[in-house]
Structures are given as structure tokens and as C-alpha cells.
Design a protein around this ligand. Sequence first.
Ligand SMILES: Nc1ncnc2c1ncn2[C@@H]1O[C@H](COP(=O)(O)OP(=O)(O)OP(=O)(O)O)[C@@H](O)[C@H]1O
Ligand SMILES: [Mg+2]
Length: 319
Amino acid sequence: MARRGIRSITVPITFGAVTVPLSVFLLVGWTTFTARNIAESGEVAQNVWLLILGVLSLIVIMSVLVMFSIFLVREILEVRRQDSFIDSVTHELKTPLASIKLCLQTLERSGIPQDKRAALQKMMHHDVDRLATFIDDVLQASRLAHDDMSMDVDEVRLGELATSCAAVVSMRHKVPEGAIRVEVDPELVVWTDHAALEIVLRNLIDNAVKYSKDGVDVRVGARVDEVRRVVFIEVRDAGIGIPRKDLKRIFHRFYRVAEEGVRARKGTGLGLFVVSALVRNLGGHVEAESDGVGKGAILRVRLPMHEHEQASRAVASPA
Ligand SMILES: Nc1ncnc2c1ncn2[C@@H]1O[C@H](COP(=O)(O)OP(=O)(O)OP(=O)(O)O)[C@@H](O)[C@H]1O
Ligand SMILES: [Mg+2]
């Protein structure tokens, strides 16, 4: 992990090690040259061209240094994000593996009652599912980063899909019944890639629950804008909220808000990167809204209502 970090910032550090002494050398050279010329001729006016050249060089050097500083800060932030990503990945892999190992060790003991065996096996299934989902997400993010994907157009019943995603998230976070409410017209049909929209909804609902405070209160809604021919899907929560300055950054790869409430919850900073890439590929857009820390959040996805013969009949049609 450490070696990866060191290697990543080697380029800007080498760049700095060359440009800074070079800049100093050029400045000292220019000052000495100008001073000598003025001393020899005694005329400042005759050396105006030297002054202009000097000022121009200074501007170039300062620009290079400013660009270098920005580049270095970006690289350092990226390295930090990669490090925290690797920490999170390690945690996400180790926790279910440790749990499976413990279950296996318990099952190996003799005299375990049948109901306890069944409970342990259920726990192991849950951990294996968690591992599989996590690995899928990481692979998906990697594919998306290389734009390696194709999209299908399926008839998706939005209410059904949202309800099944909510059920998966409820089970994962063990939230009480009714904590996630899906308020979507059961007849609402969207023509889009089913698998992609499922990943999008699962991630948004997962975040809404994960970043909730004690009482989970998540609502998933949808509305159709017939004029603009788009569908809006909203996932609202009453959780820890998102600072205004982070509303766009949370869609960057590995980005996690630097707040205690976020650090206390495990995550890799990949979920919303995946969401935004998938939604973009579906021809839509995703945005976050929040009144600030502690004030909940709304994640809103806009998807086009494809000018599909069946779509125009099916979207939002009455029962
Ligand atoms: N509903 C929300 N409420 C508050 N903050 C949120 C919410 N959704 C996302 N965030 C912020 O956006 C960041 C990025 O979210 P994202 O889903 O990409 O990563 P993650 O949840 O940290 O990890 P994972 O990759 O496991 O989903 C989060 O770390 C969190 O700071
Ligand atoms: Mg997430």
C-alpha cells in the first residue's frame, strides 16, 4: 500500500526537484545579468528590454510553479484517496471472510443443534452474497473507468425494481420494516437497461440507509415529466447530509466527504462514481441536493423516456 503511494507521487516530486532549482537558477542568472549590464552602461532606460524579458520569465516561472503546486496537491489527494480505498477494500473483504471462517469453525464442532447449524449456514450465505456484491461493484467501477460497457433497453417496472432493491438493502443493514418506503406508481414503466438501473438504485438506497442517523427514514419516489420526456427518480433520506462544497465531488472516484460521520461508516467511495457513469450511459443525469450537514440528502436521477413506440404507451399508463 505504502509503495503504491510513494510511486504515485514520484512524478510530481521529480518534476518539482527539477523545476524549482531551474527557476531559482534562471532568476539569479537574470538578476546578475541585468545588474551587470546596468552597472556597465549606467543607463536603466537602455536595459528596458532586459527588464521586459525578466518580467516575462518571472511570469512563466511563477505560472509553472503554481501549476506544479496544484498538480502536486491533486496527486497527494489522489494517493490519499487510493490509500483509504485500499483500506476500505481490505476491510470489506476481511470482515465477511473472518465471519465465514468463524461459522465454519463452529460448524466443525460436534453436537451443534440443527437450528443453530441452519442459522450459521444462513449467515455464511449472507457473507458470501456480500462478498460477491462487493467484488461485482469493484469490477464494475473498473470497467466503467475504462468505458468498457454496453447497455440494453429493457422494459423495467420501476416500482418493482425499487422495491426489490430496497429489500436487499433492508436485509443488508437490518433496518426495521417501513424504514424504506417505495412510493412509485406500480404501473410506471421505464425503457432502460435493467441491470444498470438496478445497480444505480441499490447504491442510492444503500447510501441513504448507511448515512442515516439513528432512525432510518428513506423514501424512494418517481415522477414523469411528459413535457421534457424524462423520468425523475428521487431517493431522500433524513440522514447526516452533505456539505454544499461536496455536492458535485461525491461523484468522483474514491471521493468520500471528510466528516467524522462519514469516516465512522465503512465505504470505498466507488458507489456514486459507478452510479454517475451508468446514468450518463443511459443518457441521463444524477445530482445531489442537501441543505447541509445533519439535514438529510436527496439523490435525483433523470432518465430519458426513450422515444420508443412501446415506451410512449407504457410509461406512467394507468392500471
Ligand atoms: N445519502 C447520503 N447522505 C450523506 N452523504 C452521502 C450520501 N450518499 C453519499 N454520500 C457521501 O458521498 C460519498 C461517496 O458515496 P459513495 O457511495 O460513492 O461511496 P461510499 O458510500 O463511501 O462507499 P461505497 O463505494 O461502499 O458505496 C460518501 O462517502 C458520503 O460522504
Ligand atoms: Mg455508497
